[in-house]
Each structure stands twice: as structure tokens, then as C-alpha cells.
Design a protein around this ligand. Structure first.
Ligand SMILES: Cc1cc2nc3c(=O)[nH]c(=O)nc-3n(C[C@H](O)[C@H](O)[C@H](O)COP(=O)(O)OP(=O)(O)OC[C@H]3O[C@@H](n4cnc5c(N)ncnc54)[C@H](O)[C@@H]3O)c2cc1C
Length: 573
């Protein structure tokens, strides 16, 4: 029987080389949870065995129950009847199955009914769900909302909301965007006020909200009258359904199974989450980072599905008396797709590793502080993990979502005219991929978020150490390519920073972030190539290709391609 976990050799490769000992030790409170819950792991190996079993269940459900419904879900879409939103039949059934398998509280603590599983494994589950049916991920992937309440809510709020999420009784929505506040969330205008009884209430409109029909909604709103920026915004939780009017659902290009709602709040009662004024600057930023990894996982799942469709079709389709798979141009396209897919997976799970480490070190440092114990060592490690996670999260979201668009585009191309037809999955996957570089922050915003880490060259020591390591054979040549790429990066970086021209810097940031992603991913693939001889092929194609792209980006910066920005008015007629 098909299984999206056990049949995916590359996903298994990453699962088998997880190094989450420190993360799991903290998550399991030194494995003391096992004394309270008989299903909690007793050691790291036991935890990995548990994770494997859970991912096998996800792999089974997604391959055998979700994927076969994907085309029907896309065709049917969500319904909006008498002011109520209804999911497509396949979505409703899939949610039922995921709930039955107790998978709706993946990362939540056990005391609220969750599985207490790290983000890395949750992202692997997201990848599989998205491979089967991208829009289902939008509902399965909303577990970040529960995580935000877990992290910043009071114990009372945790007890009130979290079991509802974990049991599948409630789904969530994250309501940030408004007609005049999209990328610029500081412009959020929704009013939050306290009535005569001190009850918080929300008034205003949110648009483009995934699953806005949810039972529990987290809302960003302006709680500080007279303010104009992000410091006047707070985060609230409220019950949806009868408390919020859904004005419409969007008629959109892809992810048809996930309803995108316009919501009207008419003095909706709400609870403040955490502290006033920290809504955007801390809680939403934190929540979006988790959500960005989720979207990167969604992009990867779509890429995996598209690659497989293309490979299968290329092998079956004959032209000029042979399978098109044997035509070198097509073989080459498929190889590019495969290498992109595998390098994307390496970058994503490296990012997840650092996010898990950051989250768990933060938990440990807070716990030690609360117990009046010394947390100096944890704080130092936490600082490093925070810095790395803050760069790798937007980088992964940017790279994987853009690549998903490329892979689905090529998958459709390999299908020829058939790819343009609805009977084949390539068409749906191409449409579904298109959202991944727009929501949870567009690609342009991911570059803005990644720029600081790149300009500060935060992997400088790491790259230097790797460059000094002995390599032999074909890997030595690849190491030389990476060293050369770094010289070009440093040269371009100096050129950009020396210019002290803010406009130029903001445009050149894309070129710099890309080169940095090539360097980081290239070294990840070198590690993998040392462990597995097949990965030498992946590293080779990736690094030689990345070296060429690095030279192009360097040239773009050094030859002042963007100097004509001064003449934009003359060009843009
Ligand atoms: C299907 C779907 C589901 C969604 N789900 C949710 C949800 O659940 N919750 C929620 O709150 N929101 C949701 N959104 C909203 C989504 O997050 C926003 O659409 C997105 O962040 C972009 O905002 P915008 O559409 O207003 O575009 P704008 O911000 O108007 O951007 C337009 C263009 O300008 C560029 N741009 C803007 N500012 C900058 C800058 N400083 N530097 C460089 N370029 C810039 C953008 O990259 C983009 O290309 C969803 C959107 C869609 C389409």
C-alpha cells in the first residue's frame, strides 16, 4: 500500500539523520513525562520510534485517503451558503481522519491532549499533507495558532482553548490582513476596546483570512487609541461562528479546498493574549515564523507531487519513437527538478532544526529562570539559535516557494498540451504552488527579513571552518567552487555596503540573499554527500549550477544593473 512517508526515500534520509537529542530531551523534560503518560518516550531512541510511527500514519492517510480526493476537492471548492462556509466533501472527510488519528495537536503539550512532537516532525507531516492535497495543509497547518496561545496565553486560556484544538473540536484562523494592511501589518486598523464591564471587543473588517469560518480566531487589532504603528497593536483570541459575520469567500486561482474569508467583527467579545502592545512586534512575528516554515513545507510537498507527476508522465509518453524521458533535454529538466527538490528539503529541515532548538532552549531558559537557577549557558546557545533561525526561516520560505513555482511550471511543460488540461494533476499543482510565495509574507518581504543576517554574514565562522576541512576526490572540486562563491559573495557584499545607498541596497538584497542561500545549502549537500554516495550527484549539480548563478548575481551588482532606477519614469511609460 502507498505511504507518503515510507515511499519517499529522501524524506526518510532526512528522518534517519535527525539530530534532535537536545530538543527532545528538553521537550520531554529529561524523559520524566514518561512517568505521567504511558505513551511518552523513555529515551531519545524511543522518541524517534514514536515519531516514525506517527509519520507512517500520516503517510498512510495522505497517500491512500487524501491524495485520491485532491482533484475532486479542487473541482468542488468551498461553499458559501446562507452566510455559512462549508468545506468540500474531501476536506471534511480528511479532517475527520486526521482528527480520528489524533493528529490535530501535533506540537502541543500532552496535558492539553497534544502529541508534544517537535516542529521538524510536524513540518514533515505538513510536507506529506501538501503532497496529497495542498489546501488541506491550510487547515492542518493552522496548529501554529494553538502554539501561540500555548506560548503567550495564561494557564486558564490554555486550558480553555488547547484541548479544543487537539481534539479536533475546533479549527483555528489567524486574522491579520485588512484591506489596507497586507505586507504592512503596522497599518492594521481593527479596533479593540474595553466595554463598561472591562470586556475586550473587536470591531472592523479582516480580509483574505484562511478558514475565517473557524471556531477559534486569533486577531491582530489596535488596542491603543491614537497610535499609528505596530506598537499600538495587541493580539486577541475570540470565538468565531455566531460572533463574526463572514461577508464572502474568495473565488481564487488555487488551494480551492481552503476557504479564504472576508470577516466582519461587530463588537465581538475577545480575550487579550499576552501583554498589550506586544501583538505584532512579538507574538505575530513569532507565529508567522512558524507559519512560514509551514508554507515552505507546503511548497515542498507540492514540488514533490509535481516532480512525481512529471517523471511518471515522461516515462509513459512516447514521441519520435521513444519515451520522452529518454530525450536528453527532458532528462535534464527532470534532473534539475529532482536536485532542486532534494536541496530544498535539506534547507528546510536545517531551518526546522534551528527553530526547534531555539524554541526548546527558550523554554528551558525560562524554566531555569523561574526556578531561580543559572541559565547563562542556555542563554548563550539560545542567542545563537535565535540568530540562525531568524535567517533560515525567511530564506527557506523564499527559496522553497519560488522553487515550487519553477518545479510545477516545468512539470506542466513536460506534460506538453496535456499539462494544460484539468484531467492531469500538473495543472492543479501549478495553481496551488502560486500562493506559496504570496501568503505569510511575499517573497519580497522574506528577502527583507533575511537581509540582516546576510549583511552581518552570520555564517562566516561556519563557512570558514568548512572551507578548512579536508575533502578529496570530486568533493574537493565542489569545495573549491563553494570557496570561490564565497569570495564573490564577500566582494558583492562590500560593494553594496560601501555604497551606502539605501535604495540600491534594498534591491541588491535579493542577489545577496540568494548567493548566501546557495552557499549554505551547498555546504549542507557536501555533508550529505560524505554520508551517501548518491548525494554526490545532487551536490555536484546543485553546486555547479549555484556557482553559475552566483557569478550572475555578482555581475548584476558589480555592473550596476540597477543604476537605471534613477530613470524609472523614462523607462516605465
Ligand atoms: C489565499 C490567501 C490566503 C490568505 N490567508 C491569510 C490568513 O489566513 N491570514 C491573514 O492574515 N492573511 C492571509 N492572507 C493575506 C496575505 O498574507 C497577504 O495577501 C500578503 O501578505 C500580501 O499582502 P497584500 O495582498 O496586501 O499585498 P501588498 O502588501 O499590497 O503587496 C503588493 C506587492 O508589493 C510588494 N511589497 C509590498 N511591500 C513591500 C516592501 N516593503 N518591499 C518590497 N516589496 C513590497 C509585495 O511583495 C507584492 O508584490 C491570505 C492571502 C491569500 C491570497
Amino acid at each position: 500500500m502507498a505511504n507518503y512517508f515510507t515511499d519517499n526515500t529522501d524524506l526518510l534520509f532526512h528522518f534517519n539523520r535527525l539530530k534532535l537529542e537536545e530538543v527532545v530531551e528538553i521537550a520531554e523534560h529529561g524523559y520524566t513525562e514518561a512517568k505521567e503518560y504511558d505513551f511518552a518516550p523513555v529515551d531519545y531512541q524511543d522518541a524517534l520510534d514514536n515519531y516514525r510511527k506517527v509519520l507512517e500514519i500520516v503517510g498512510d492517510i495522505t497517500a491512500n485517503s487524501v491524495a485520491p480526493q485532491a482533484a475532486a476537492v479542487d473541482e468542488e471548492g468551498s461553499h458559501f451558503v446562507d452566510g455559512k462556509v462549508q468545506y468540500a466533501k474531501g476536506i471534511q472527510e480528511a479532517l475527520g481522519l486526521l482528527t480520528q488519528a489524533e493528529l490535530m495537536g501535533f506540537t502541543l503539550p500532552r496535558r492539553y491532549g497534544g502529541l508534544n512532537i517537535p516542529t521538524t516532525l510536524y513540518t514533515m507531516a505538513i510536507e506529506m499533507v501538501s503532497r496529497a492535497e495542498a489546501s488541506l495543509m491550510n487547515l492542518f497547518g493552522l496548529q501554529d495558532i494553538a502554539e501561540t496561545i500555548n506560548k503567550y496565553g495564561t494557564e486558564e486560556q490554555r486550558q480553555e482553548f488547547l484541548p479544543q484544538f487537539a481534539s479536533g473540536a475546533a479549527t483555528g484562523a489567524m486574522a491579520l490582513t485588512e484591506p489596507d494592511a497586507g505586507s504592512d501589518l503596522q497599518a492594521v486598523n481593527m479596533l479593540a476596546y474595553q466595554d463598561a464591564d472591562g470586556q475586550w471587543r473587536l470591531k472592523g473588517v479582516k480580509r483574505f483570512i484562511t478558514n475565517g469560518n473557524a471556531e477559534i480566531v486569533l486577531v491582530l487589532a489596535r488596542s491603543e487609541p491614537g497610535t499609528k504603528d505596530g506598537r499600538g497593536l495587541s493580539l486577541f483570541a475570540c470565538y468565531g461562528k455566531d460572533n463574526i459575520v463572514i461577508r464572502r469567500i474568495e473565488n481564487k486561482l488555487g488551494i480551492h479546498g481552503s476557504p479564504t474569508c472576508e470577516m466582519q467583527f461587530n463588537d465581538t467579545p475577545a480575550q487579550l493574549i499576552g501583554k498589550r502592545k506586544f501583538g505584532l512586534i512579538k507574538y505575530v512575528m513569532d507565529m508567522m515564523n512558524g507559519a512560514r516554515l509551514g508554507v515552505a513545507g507546503q511548497a515542498l510537498g507540492i514540488s514533490q507531487a509535481a516532480y512525481e507527476e512529471a517523471l511518471r508522465y515522461a516515462k509513459a509518453r512516447e514521441q519520435f519513437g521513444k519515451s520522452i524521458y529518454k530525450i536528453p533535454v527532458i532528462t535534464n529538466m527532470l534532473m534539475d527538478m529532482r536536485v532542486t527538490l532534494e536541496s530544498d528539503r535539506s534547507l528546510l529541515y536545517a531551518a526546522c532544526h534551528w527553530v526547534d532548538l531555539r524554541n526548546k532552549l527558550e523554554e528551558k531558559a525560562d524554566l531555569l529562570k523561574a526556578e531561580g537557577k543559572d541559565s547563562t549557558a542556555e542563554n548563550a546557545k539560545l542567542k545563537e539559535a535565535t540568530r540562525v533561525a531568524a535567517l533560515l526561516t525567511p530564506m527557506a520560505k523564499y527559496v522553497l516557494s519560488e522553487n515550487s513555482n519553477r518545479i510545477t511550471y516545468d512539470a506542466l511543460q513536460i506534460h506538453g498540451g496535456t499539462g494544460y488540461m484539468k484531467e492531469f494533476n500538473a495543472e492543479r499543482l501549478t495553481r496551488d504552488a502560486r500562493i506559496t510565495n504570496i501568503y505569510e509574507g511575499t517573497s519580497q518581504l522574506q528577502i527583507v527579513a533575511a537581509t540582516g543576517g546576510v549583511i552581518n554574514d552570520i555564517f562566516a565562522d561556519d563557512f570558514t571552518a568548512r572551507e578548512q576541512k579536508e575533502t578529496s576526490g570530486s568533493l574537493a572540486r565542489l569545495a573549491d567552487e563553494l570557496k570561490e562563491m564565497r569570495v564573490l559573495f564577500l566582494d558583492a557584499l562590500k560593494y553594496v555596503t560601501d555604497k551606502t545607498d539605501k535604495h540600491f541596497q534594498s534591491i541588491a538584497a535579493k542577489e545577496l540573499v540568494e548567493i548566501y542561500s546557495y552557499l549554505y545549502t551547498g555546504w549542507l549537500l557536501m555533508d550529505e554527500a560524505e554520508e551517501d554516495s548518491r548525494k554526490v550527484f545532487i551536490a555536484r549539480r546543485y553546486i555547479i549550477g549555484a556557482a553559475a548563478k552566483t557569478r550572475r548575481n555578482w555581475d548584476t551588482i558589480k555592473k550596476d544593473l540597477f543604476a537605471d532606477l534613477l530613470h524609472a519614469e523614462d523607462i516605465l511609460i
